[in-house]
Design a protein around this ligand. Structure first.
Ligand code: HEM
Length: 696
């Protein structure tokens, strides 16, 4: 398989890895001023460090990461594929000749070869051989935490991004729902020595006088390295380590349906084609976890904690809401199909409903959501979307394209949108009111119209860090609808260098005064995965390679460059996650050119490398022209309307804030996919089942 040329990028010589010269820590040398107490809600004061900086013992290359066999299960796709009407649960046989492409427990793809300090697996270092500056230090100095609301996009825009992320990848060995069992720092935030720490430890060293963590004496943030092919019995064939991802790479709603038949059977009802939902207080919810205290931050085993296709489901309330909405949508479709086609059996209803749900979701993702991030023009030019007419197919499946999720995408580019996260989630209620509209035509004639409208009003808010891994809050009172409306009303945070305090100091804080820092995790993960540098990626993407700090001046402001210079030993050291997050955005997109290049490449591959992409006109796997025309009516607004507890109105473009051109209107005015186009698929119901489902 070759790298696709969907985005106009130049493929250059592979970058060299730099041999290490021995451990040394340049520590906290940027912050100026005295330590000051940090209070949630205040700007972080920058403080000076005068004390000697601690060393990060995990970086020592003289302690190579020996492979530990058997940690990651082997991907076990069939060797020969049958052509069936429906996707498999684990993504196998999407590619008919290479059945294992895009299945769980396989390697991320890479655009550029890794840059490990030892050429095999040790985290990246400076070209001088020294350690790179502490990820927390970079997070504090380079990235802000100002609260800047986006004037155009709602919080659902951010939240949908996390849904797509969880559908596409999950680093092996990671856990977001539960405290990681591997401890690289003591519970009171001290570094655990190399002799006792687990070999996967790569703790983040907190600079002395950290404006937040120094208040509680935290010197170390837990960080566990992603498992690689070297931790698997069946993947490693020598050479540099490649990280593994444990979910299917396709946009196939694996987060709803699971990533294997086994996972799926835990959440499927096996009746009427439905997925399991549980009724509580008159509404249908995700089924409860069988290990509440293990899967959630629950103290009480009776707390609500969900079971879904993805283990990260409980991570935050907005995510749990969209997971619920996508699950309810499946059952809504299955019930409708069952009423329209009483002769369909459970299996046919399940697979047809799944196929429609995925198609609507792909349509929303590519035609409503991605253009906001990648720009319409860029997407059209690079053949990620088409100016299609109602019923016409786009037959662009290309078996030469590798559908794997790129490491540069999942570990750097897509995480830039962590900047959109808002730390306060508003609860929005509606009030119905009758609006009398008078039109005075002349002195004697007065017409009036009576309009039933809905007003939205904010009646409270939740603080994000109080509700990480505690999703039960969405079932309380009217919160489900109030948060759903809230996410459609409240602006997301501007996509910029600011990351909300709630994720910068309080991530997963579990009732403690402080938690972790997501931006630091992103930067450390970049080094853990040995990603090629910012400069390498610029060159790869056809931008000019810098030969000095000033070489970055085309896209990064002098003030920001000054900060980078004060942190890194060399302009060659700048991490991809850091440099590309600081670029001016491309007009019409939400990222600078380097990230845009990676994102465009990824979403080209995700589309063209998916044999089941909804616009393909294959007789067995595709839709009829009439059905396709209906699917193109799917929208985020309608999804919310159809699956809230009682959502009666919505603005038609739910990723965009309410405005004169995007007014809140009754749901009945928002187009809906007409499922009668799926009536009497007699050929499916009566056809040889082995053609539809395979012989097994
Ligand atoms: C409240 C919202 C969110 C929270 C709390 C959150 C938190 C996290 C955490 C804790 C990780 C793992 C960090 C690590 O250990 O390396 C992660 C990974 C990631 N996040 Fe987020 N995230 C959120 C929203 C988003 C959004 C909106 C996007 C993109 C649009 C996104 C994209 C990613 C990606 C691509 C990864 C890596 C996935 C992988 O394992 O391959 N996240 N996030």
């Amino acid at each position: 398989l070759k790298v696709s040329t969907g985005y106009h990028i130049v493929h250059n010589e592979q970058p060299q890895t730099h041999a290490h010269l021995g451990p040394s820590y340049h520590g906290f040398r940027y912050l100026q001023g005295a330590a000051a107490p940090y209070l949630a809600g205040n700007a972080l004061p920058l403080t000076v460090d005068t004390s000697p900086a601690p060393q990060n013992p995990f970086l020592s290359v003289s302690n190579p990461q020996a492979p530990m066999p058997g940690r990651v299960p082997c991907a076990n796709p069939p060797t020969v594929c049958e052509k069936t009407a429906y996707r498999s649960m684990d993504g196998s046989c999407n590619h008919l000749e290479q059945p294992g492409l895009g299945v769980p427990n396989t390697k991320y793809g890479r655009l550029l070869s890794p840059k490990y300090a030892d050429g095999i697996s040790a985290p990246t270092r400076s070209v001088t051989g020294d350690e790179l500056p502490s990820a927390r230090l970079v997070s504090l100095v380079v990235f802000g935490e100002q609260d800047v609301p986006d004037p155009e996009y709602t919080l659902h825009n951010m939240q949908w991004g996390q849904i797509m992320t969880h559908d596409m990848s999950m680093q092996a060995g990671g856990t977001q729902s539960k405290k990681h069992p591997t401890r690289c720092c003591t519970d009171d935030g001290r570094l655990i020595g190399l002799d006792t720490a687990h070999r996967t430890c790569f703790a983040i060293i907190v600079p002395p006088h950290d404006p937040a963590y120094s208040q509680v004496g935290t010197e170390c943030l837990n960080f566990v390295r992603t498992l690689t092919d070297r931790d698997s019995n069946c993947q490693y064939s020598g050479g540099p380590a490649e990280q593994l991802t444990v979910v299917t790479s396709y946009l196939d709603l694996s987060l709803v349906y699971g990533n294997s038949m086994e996972q799926n059977s835990e959440i499927r009802e096996f009746q009427g084609g439905r997925m399991i939902v549980e009724e509580r207080n008159g509404a249908k919810w995700l089924p409860l976890s069988r290990n509440v205290t293990g899967d959630c931050d629950a103290i009480d085993p009776n707390e609500v904690c969900y079971r879904a296709g993805d283990v990260r489901v409980n991570q935050n309330p907005g995510l749990a809401i969209l997971q619920t909405i996508l699950l309810r949508e499946h059952n809504r479709i299955a019930d409708a199909l069952s009423a329209l086609n009483p002769h369909f059996d459970d299996r046919t209803l399940f697979q047809e409903a799944r196929k429609i749900n995925i198609a609507q979701y792909q349509h929303i993702s590519y035609y409503e959501w991605l253009p906001i991030f990648l720009g319409d023009e860029n997407m059209l030019k690079n053949r990620l979307i088409y100016k299609t007419h109602g019923a016409s197919y786009v037959n662009d499946y290309d078996p030469k394209i590798d559908p794997s999720v790129l490491n540069e995408h999942a570990t750097a580019a897509f995480r830039y949108f962590h900047s959109q996260i808002e730390g306060r989630l508003e609860l929005v209620y509606t009030f119905k009111y009758t609006h009398l509209l008078f039109i005075n035509l002349n002195l004697f004639l007065v017409f009036f119209f009576s309009l039933l409208s809905e007003l939205r009003a904010v009646l409270g808010s939740l603080t994000l860090s109080d509700w990480f891994n505690r999703p039960g809050i969405i079932e309380v009172g009217d919160n489900f609808d109030s948060l759903t409306r809230g996410h459609a009303t409240q602006p997301e945070e501007l996509t910029d260098i600011n990351f909300d305090k709630q994720i910068k100091h309080f991530l997963f804080r579990r009732n403690m005064p402080f938690g972790s820092d997501l931006r630091s995790l992103d930067i450390q993960r970049n080094r853990d995965h040995g990603l090629a540098t910012y400069n390498d990626m610029r060159e790869f993407c056809g931008l000019s390679r810098a030969h000095s700090w000033e070489g970055y001046g085309d896209l990064i402001s002098p003030q920001t460059l000054g900060k980078l210079k004060s942190l890194y030993d060399s302009y060659e050291d700048v991490d991809l996650t850091v440099g590309a997050s600081l670029e001016d955005h491309v007009a019409g997109a939400l990222a600078g050119p380097t990230f845009l290049c990676i994102l465009t490449e990824q979403f080209y591959r995700t589309r063209v490398g998916d044999r089941f992409f909804f616009e393909n006109g294959d007789k067995l796997t595709g839709f009829t022209p009439d059905q396709l025309a209906e699917l193109r009516k799917a929208s985020m607004a309608r999804l919310l309307c159809d699956n809230g507890n009682n959502i009666a109105s919505m603005q038609p473009a739910a990723f965009k804030v309410v405005s004169g051109s995007n007014p809140v209107m009754p749901c009945s005015h928002i187009p809906q996919v007409d499922l009668t186009k799926w009536i009497d698929q007699a050929q499916h119901a009566h056809a040889d089942h082995s053609i539809l489902f395979g012989k097994k």
